[in-house]
Ligand binder design. Structure first.
Ligand code: PLP
Length: 422
């Protein structure tokens, strides 16, 4: 009889994809800096990604060569800056396969995008109307709806998840009803890595007469997104999670909806005419971009999109799924490690618990080894309540992570177990 396989002799499953050493690691200067006298293993990409030289350069170039205010200027530099800003809008439209760049509103990030929808489209809601979210949402996709419900008398409902961290489709269907006006769902869960079947959810929501907002914060950097194929009505993401700067993001709005949306912030640039008798509004996305926007940030986001598309999202997806598979396999070999979130379709995120070690302690010990992970509730407190845990340790992957990062993570967890005697 064969001896049982122990962790030491356990062979890699035949279908475990191979983690390649990507050439583009060298594009990220910060990865070369030591942290705590160690090689940095940056595994906190769900929180924010590092920036390639091309993005850093685009920011510097803007201020060195192109800085001026946009849309209002008659001079060359202003027109040049306007062209760069609008080119960035086209790049976002290209990333999402939006039909037109006028379907893209620049915002500060996902949080602002969702608040924009809540405060504009949300004005159409009345008492008894329903908004449906899921148990795995980030606070950004819960709290704006709670505020909206408090203003309008609408009701916030949530669909349950399974113990594996997948959406319970039967419960989702049961939550949809004649009063459902909006379904707001994460494309990818930031705490679990679950990839939701958004195309199917959108179809179900539309059949019930509801619109759909997709929170794409954890999706756009990891695989191809096509808002036309998905059929969603709103799609939100943050630039800093796709190798762009902080303070810039985008909201796609279906053109037929965008045309009818009232403005949300008043000021320069969002008007057509202003008089003391009243004002009229600009057409298209400008109606929602009051004041001087983050012009440099938008331009650098455009550079980030070009960078990512230059490598290719399918290539990135393959690399990251190999990382996720290997990291999952190797962490599970350690005694006392429990994965949180074992959905069949996952990307980018590995949440786990180690018996006898609080996630914060684990995060602190890993930090001494140069390994940056996140520990806590990941801005998903209702999810943690559902799972009956205060938080998790989370390693989240990006295109520049390598096997060396997984080695450092696993060695760091072992060290923590030794220190805690577990
Ligand atoms: N939604 C999800 C799923 C997220 O992971 C995050 C950030 O972690 C957000 C929304 C909020 O993004 P931001 O803070 O960039 O607005």
């Amino acid at each position: 009889m064969n001896a049982p396989l122990t962790a030491a002799v356990r062979p890699a499953p035949l279908d475990l994809p191979v983690v390649a050493e990507p050439a583009w690691v060298a594009d990220f200067p910060i990865l070369a800096r030591p942290v705590r006298n160690r090689r940095l293993a940056y595994l906190d990409n769900g929180a924010t990604t590092q920036k390639p030289q091309a993005v850093i350069q685009a920011l510097a170039d803007f201020y060195e060569q192109s800085n001026a205010n946009i849309h209002r200027g008659v001079h060359w530099l202003s027109q040049h800056a306007t062209d760069l800003y609008e080119q960035a809008r086209s790049r976002v439209a290209g990333l999402l396969n939006a039909p037109d760049s006028d379907d893209v509103i620049f915002v500060r990030g996902t949080t602002e995008a969702i608040n924009l929808v809540a405060q504009t489209w949300g004005q159409t809601l009345g008492p008894g109307d329903e908004i449906l979210v899921t148990e795995m949402e980030h606070h950004s996709n819960i709290v704006p709806w709670q505020l909206l419900c408090a203003r309008t008398g609408a009701i916030l409902r949530h669909a349950r998840i399974t113990d594996a961290g997948e959406l319970d489709l039967d419960d989702f269907r049961a939550c949809l009803g004649p009063r459902t006006r909006l379904v707001a769902i994460a494309h990818v869960s930031n705490a679990l890595g679950t990839v939701n079947p958004v195309a199917e959810l959108i179809q179900l929501a539309h059949e019930a007469g509801a619109l759909v907002l997709v929170d794409g914060a954890q999706a756009v950097a990891h695989d191809t997104v096509d808002v036309q194929a998905l059929g969603c009505d709103f799609y939100a993401f943050s630039g800093h999670k796709i190798y762009g700067p902080t303070g810039i993001g985008a909201l796609y709005v279906r053109a037929s909806i965008l045309q009818g949306l009232p403005p949300w912030q008043g000021g320069g640039d969002m008007i057509h005419t202003v008089s003391f008798a009243g004002s009229t509004w600009a057409e298209g996305p400008q109606r929602f971009e009051a004041g001087t926007p983050n012009i440099a940030g938008a331009t650098a986001l455009g550079a980030a999109i070009e960078y990512v598309r230059g490598i290719g999202l399918p290539v990135i997806a393959r690399h990251e799924s190999a990382l996720l598979a290997e990291a999952t396999e190797r962490l599970c070999e350690l005694p006392g490690v429990r994965l949180v979130g074992t959905a069949r379709h996952k990307t980018g995120v590995l949440s786990f618990l180690v018996d006898g070690i609080h996630p914060h302690d684990l995060g602190t010990i890993l930090d001494t080894e140069g390994v940056a992970i996140r520990a806590g509730h990941h801005c998903a407190m209702p999810l943690m309540t559902r799972l009956g845990i205060p938080g998790t340790a989370r390693a989240s992957f990006a295109l520049y992570n390598t096997r060396a990062d997984i080695d450092a993570l696993v060695a760091g967890v072992r060290k923590a177990q030794k220190l805690f005697g577990v």
